[in-house]
Design a binder for this molecule. Sequence first.
Ligand code: CIR
Length: 340
Amino acid sequence: MGFPRFHPDSCALVKRYLTPEVYEQLACLKTRTGFTLDAAIQSGLCNPDSHIGIYAGDAEAYSLFAPILDPIIHAYHAVEDPFEHRPGLDPILLAPLDPDKNFIVSSRIRVARNLKGFSFPCHIGSQDRGQVEFSVSQALRKMPREIDGKYLSFKDLGRSQMQDFLSQRLAFPKGDRFQDAAGINRNFPDSRGFFSSRNEQFMVWVNEEDHLRIISMESSSDVCGVFNRLLLGLDHLGAQLRFAVDEKYGFLTSCPTNIGTAMRAGVHICLRRLEKHQDLLNHLANQHHLQIRGTGGENTSVDRAIFDISNKQRLGISENRILRNLHTGLAAIIHAEKNL
Ligand code: CIR
């Protein structure tokens, strides 16, 4: 392909770190499944507004293409060597955050996982994608009573049924243009589907951006309850499936922004006063390593003063520490909101 020409306006991390020397060193390499650097950077090339602009097609990509991925990982996650994956997945109990339901509308925690031995969604073939769906759906048949439910494959859903599940945010839509350019949407909706527990508080998305997105949520501020339910599901899935994990990088994901714990833990919170004091809100969020997004997540606006607030750190930190930081940060934000 020759040295790639990124859009002149692109500020993607891949553009910043992909020097001609690094390109020359890596362009001729292929992982054992045939994933290349040119495939990895497609999304960044097609989307000048990419923040990162690179995806991993399999677990080996993280070591083979380390000369480009490492500087991106260090910059995005703000980690310096040496760091390591330090899992901490113990049940947790902390003081109630908003028992009168004045601010926090809902809490949601998700982790991403990929199956060891299979290419990741931007590079997987249709047969292997089908095998991933089969293995995960089998594992989901053995969930404990509290989170028991059923798996629905998109191919078995009619158009209006799919629309209903999409509007309830149980099903997931075809990926965005970043994922599309990376190859994640190939053959959509084949071998994609979702599991939902009977009370809809525990879900698993299959073959979205990663093989599994494991999600726990509820309409309350009980972030610990949501976390503990996630652990229950993770324990059962982890006992039956082997996940792609690395001693240093933690759980390996399609997008290098998600590696490490691969966890996003957050709330939807209504902050009518702080909405008018964004500097203070940003200060508090930074202090507690939290990220503030619009009501609908990445790149969306804030609707009726409802902010999406979640952890910024994922790598080199334990899941338990992330949850404690979230809890302390939210308590500080609620305190500020009350006192304005
Ligand atoms: C970008 O580079 O901006 C996109 N590939 C998305 C990066 C954020 N990652 C994500 O949503 N998983």
